[in-house]
Design a protein around this ligand. Structure first.
Ligand code: AP5
Ligand code: MG
Length: 260
């Protein structure tokens, strides 16, 4: 893969093989896979999309683009978009597509996306998936980005999702994600990296979590079939310890990327 025709035809590609060789000993930024292409992180709220996206970003030197983070940034800054989006986010509903598209396309036009990018939280319904397909097909995201997308679908049991979401804490300064049960900071409540006070997300309350999970089931789960039928889906067991989830994810990306 890695050609114009591969991009045009990714919709009909054969199922992916997963590389068996371990890449655990590779350097921090992987020079071998220099054109990673679009990586789509799919999974329920709390599945570990953001956690893995940060590791992929560090490994391959491509940006993590989280629609949730972009929206929360707008909410925090009180922009018109943020004020509108907040109503939906606080109810655990999807934000209307038109708000997402403008925000995301502005970000994807930046030059740092040319070698690839990690989409966390997008697409989230079939309309968004179709928009992404046509945008990639038309070369909208930069001349060098010709690798077809790979979709990492992380599955986690319901009870673990609840524990992960209620136990999640994030650093408002550097974005590092912790969990008071499974990945606590060295000092309770403080970021290991910069000492900032860790925050709990507004939508990580049990009432909103159940609505987010319902939205995921009805709107986002159909994307597994959408990408599976197109041979772009790699299923990863997200119930495993973090390092094993990361290893499976990196294997899949290494196989998809454009090695030179
Ligand atoms: P968004 O911010 O995307 O939230 P989400 O999809 O609900 O997913 P999360 O960020 O909660 O979970 P995650 O999978 O990233 O898990 P994480 O890595 O943090 O969206 C928020 C809202 O914005 C939506 O509800 C919607 O309103 C709106 N929105 C966003 N995008 C949209 C779009 N495209 N269209 C419309 N609306 C949109 O991990 C969770 C916890 O688990 C952490 O504490 C972590 O430390 C822990 N953990 C991770 N991996 C492991 C592991 N292997 N073992 C143990 N613990 C682990
Ligand atoms: Mg996230």
């Amino acid at each position: 893969m890695g050609t114009d025709s591969a991009l045009r035809d990714w919709i009909n590609n054969e199922p992916m093989e997963v590389r068996t060789a371990s890449r655990a000993s590779k350097p921090a930024v992987d020079q071998e896979v220099c054109n990673v292409g679009p990586v789509i992180m799919l999974g329920a709220p709390g599945a570990g999309k953001g956690t893995q996206a940060k590791l992929i970003s560090a490994r391959y030197g491509i940006p993590q683009i989280s629609t949730g983070d972009l929206l929360r940034d707008n909410v925090m800054r009180g922009t018109a978009l943020g004020q509108e989006a907040r109503k939906f986010m606080d109810r655990g509903e999807l934000v209307p597509d038109n708000l997402i598209y403008g925000m995301l396309s502005d970000r994807l036009k930046l030059a740092d996306c040319n070698k690839g990018f990690i989409l966390e939280g997008f697409p989230r319904n079939l309309a968004q998936a179709e928009l992404l397909y046509h945008s990639l097909h038309n070369g909208f995201f930069g001349a060098d980005c010709k690798v077809p997308p790979i979709v990492i679908s992380i599955a986690v049991d319901y009870n673990s999702l609840l524990q992960r979401l209620t136990g999640r804490r994030s650093c408002p300064s550097c974005g590092r994600i912790y969990n008071i049960y499974t990945q606590p900071p060295k000092t309770a409540g403080l970021c290991d990296l910069d000492g900032a006070n860790l925050m709990m997300r507004r939508d990580d309350t049990e009432g909103v979590i159940s609505d987010r999970l319902r939205a995921y089931e009805s709107m986002t789960v159909p994307l597994k079939a959408y990408y599976g039928e197109r041979g772009r889906l790699v299923n990863v067991d997200g119930n495993q310890p973090l390092e094993q989830v990361t290893a499976a994810t990196m294997q899949a990306i290494g196989k998809n990327g454009n090695s030179v």
